[in-house]
Ligand binder design. Structure first.
Ligand code: E4P
Length: 218
């Protein structure tokens, strides 16, 4: 499972990169607004930091022509730019147009298997089902994801599935068990994935015993 970080905060991106587990970045207007920087400056900083990994940047226009125009501007910002297009009828038209020009597209705000089916048929590079936001309204985000995976497997779609709107570590565990291609995870949740109290207790004990036994390796 590839790990994308769902953030526009450059410090968070740098940390996950240092840890050696970063496969890509997803942003959205909300995440970019949280940086407190002009959006273009924040986006350029990310694109340069991870120039060899996909970085999703989202369009603001909602009509076909506007989306295509904005997507082409965003695509000029770097070879690693992936255009985030909201799942709508106009968006679907834009997916086809952009992909045919070699521009990678991540279809966002997907909340049902049928939306994911349409996105794949339109040729989307990635599709982003939002798990947490479905759970928030008492639906089952993981079941939606499971059905999307099943549909894509049955028809052999090449669109990669990015499990998005991840809220906690158990979402990540369940995504991994389902064999999802990618999970885009908030920084805080990635930090939590490292933690287990028995690891901390075990390490403390080993270090105490190393001291007792005068173990000094170098
Ligand atoms: C995905 O690409 C989105 O940026 C993100 O996962 C949305 O998550 P949220 O529901 O926490 O805003």
């Amino acid at each position: 499972m590839k790990i994308f970080v769902d953030t526009a905060q450059i410090e968070e991106i740098r940390k996950v990169k240092e840890w050696g587990i970063l496969d890509g970045i997803t942003t959205n207007p909300t995440l970019l607004s949280k940086t407190g920087k002009p959006w273009k400056e924040a986006a350029m900083e990310i694109l340069k930091e991870v120039s060899d990994k996909p970085v999703s940047l989202e369009v603001i226009a909602t009509d076909f022509e506007g989306m295509v125009k904005e997507a082409k501007e965003l695509a000029k910002m770097g070879d690693n730019v992936v255009i985030k297009i909201p799942f709508t009828v106009e968006g679907t038209k834009a997916i086809k147009a952009l992909v045919s020009e070699g521009i990678k597209v991540n279809v966002t705000l997907v909340f049902s298997p049928l939306q994911a089916l349409i996105a794949a048929k339109a040729g989307a590079t990635y599709v982003s089902p939002f798990i947490g936001r479905l759970d928030d309204i008492s639906h089952d985000g993981i079941s939606m994801l499971e059905e999307i995976i099943q549909i894509y497997d049955v028809y052999g779609f090449e669109t990669e599935i990015i499990a998005a709107s991840i809220r906690h570590v158990d979402h990540v565990r369940r995504c991994a068990l389902l064999g999802v291609d990618i999970a885009t995870i908030p920084f805080k949740v990635i930090q939590q994935m490292f933690k287990h109290p028995l690891t901390d207790i075990g390490l403390t004990k080993f270090l105490e015993d190393a001291k007792k036994a005068n173990i000094s390796i170098i």
